[in-house]
Design a protein around this ligand. Structure first.
Ligand code: TXA
Ligand code: MG
Length: 333
């Protein structure tokens, strides 16, 4: 069944039922080595499915229910089809009231990946869910637009006071550090996986969130980015930009392909809208799209992480002194 959460919609099944969980993989077209998150009604339930610790309780006290997922050693109450046999399980306690009511009524944890078809952006409203899942699942619970709009922050517990950030989301590394927990950021959060690098979170190795119209990220000042777009745009070019930069593109980009990401300083609004905007580029018939490369502090880290994947790492450096290596890269793709 598909259900809303505060991050993105999930495609859920009884996490204690191996067959039900296997069906999730086939419905989504998801590789079976990419494990699922289990969703619980309250943090105290975690102990039945995972080996928790004082560090888990500290994170749970501060951030649960909410958009954070914690990876811990798994207990045998959870089948290997959920964990891909990793020996750990990802646990999340959503704050969305519909999600909470569903999990509480089920009486079992609900294993759920994002309810998109593998490779397309995660669904953040009912229309996205229907586009990807209508006719493929038993039931769809439609709520409102997901508040956060990006998938949960994933951390893996390491020692008594250290976590590794595997996926940035609505809870920022700065907020976690503020509780006295040290956050190590996994290399893959900020960049491409190098050949042979050990994959901590299997989902990080797959191409994600890709719209059909290829997205390219521009790393430069607003003027440098606009100049680049002017030189490369045609009738099918879409631009995602903040309200303040809209005038730089009027007359160059077709009005229906000029998509607002909100006011420049409203990062949470951009996060809330990002996946909808990526789908919108396709719905509006864009042939290619451009957006600014986000920064990497606070909530922007989550935007950065999703957008470099959506752009398949096509980043054009426009700042003076930047190398031309990645520009060559764009030509090659
Ligand atoms: O916000 C969310 O987390 C949403 C909603 C529905 O809760 N769910 C979600 O699930 O984003 P999914 O399957 O799209 O992403 C889960 C990620 C994958 O990258 C997967 O590889 C990773 O979590 N993961 C799950 N279990 C893991 C484990 N035991 N160790 C490392 N990574 C794990
Ligand atoms: Mg997903």
């Amino acid at each position: 069944m598909v259900f809303p959460t505060e991050t993105v919609y999930g495609l859920g099944a009884d996490a204690t039922n191996a067959d039900a969980c296997r069906a999730i993989y086939t419905t989504k077209g998801r590789p079976s080595d990419n494990p699922l998150i289990i969703h619980i009604a309250c943090p105290e339930d975690a102990e039945r499915y995972a080996v928790t610790s004082s560090l888990f309780r500290k994170l749970a006290d501060t951030f649960m229910p909410g958009p954070i997922t914690v990876i811990m050693p798994v207990r045998d109450t959870i089948p290997a089809s959920v964990t891909a046999g990793l020996g750990t399980v990802a646990v999340r306690c959503p704050s969305d009231p519909v999600a909470h009511a569903l999990i509480a009524a089920a009486g079992v944890p609900i294993a759920a990946p994002s309810a998109n078809l593998s490779g397309s952006p995660s669904p953040t409203c009912g229309a996205h869910v229907l586009a990807d899942m209508n006719g493929r699942v038993d039931a769809i619970l439609i709520g409102g637009a997901c508040e956060v709009g990006l998938e949960s922050t994933i951390v893996k517990l390491e020692s008594d006071d250290t976590v590794t950030l595997l996926r940035p989301g609505g809870i920022t590394p700065e907020e976690i550090e503020a509780t006295g927990v040290h956050v190590r950021i996994a290399d893959a959060v900020l960049g491409a996986l190098r050949e042979g690098e050990r994959v901590l979170s299997p989902g990080m190795k797959y191409k994600h969130y890709a719209p059909r119209a290829p997205l390219t990220l521009l790393d430069g000042t607003p003027e440098q980015r606009a100049d680049y777009v002017h030189a490369h745009a045609d009738a099918g070019t879409a631009v995602l930009c903040c309200e303040e930069e809209m005038p730089l593109y009027r007359g160059i980009i077709a009005p229906q392909l000029l998509l607002s990401t909100g006011a420049r300083d409203q990062v949470a609004y951009y996060a809330h809208r990002l996946f909808a905007l990526l789908r919108e580029t396709d719905l509006r018939g864009a042939k290619k799209s451009y957006a600014a490369l986000p920064g990497t502090s606070g909530l922007e880290l989550a935007l950065y992480n999703r957008m470099i994947r959506a752009a398949a790492h096509r980043i054009i450096p426009l700042r003076s002194g930047a190398s031309t290596e990645k520009v060559e890269n764009e030509k090659g793709r």
